[in-house]
Ligand binder design. Structure first.
Ligand SMILES: [Zn+2]
Length: 67
């Protein structure tokens, strides 16, 4: 499933910009079938909250692509 890269990309994009309808559809169809991407969504939500709570501190852009 090469879809996960696309989905996780969209999930992180969603924090910065509104997604298109088709992009949301892809996410909503994929998440119920993939615990990995559900976990990813949880994580970036937490990261977002953390980033907001320490506003002013730049967060390193570590996209950990270690497959
Ligand atoms: Zn996935």
């Amino acid at each position: 499933m090469g879809k996960c890269k696309n989905i996780t990309r969209l999930l992180s994009d969603a924090l910065d910009r509104p997604l298109k309808t088709g992009e949301w559809v892809a996410i909503r169809l994929h998440l119920p079938t993939c615990s990995g991407c559900r976990n990813y969504r949880k994580q970036i939500r937490l990261l977002r909250v953390a980033a907001r709570s320490m506003s002013g501190i730049a967060t390193p852009d570590s996209t950990g692509s270690d497959d």
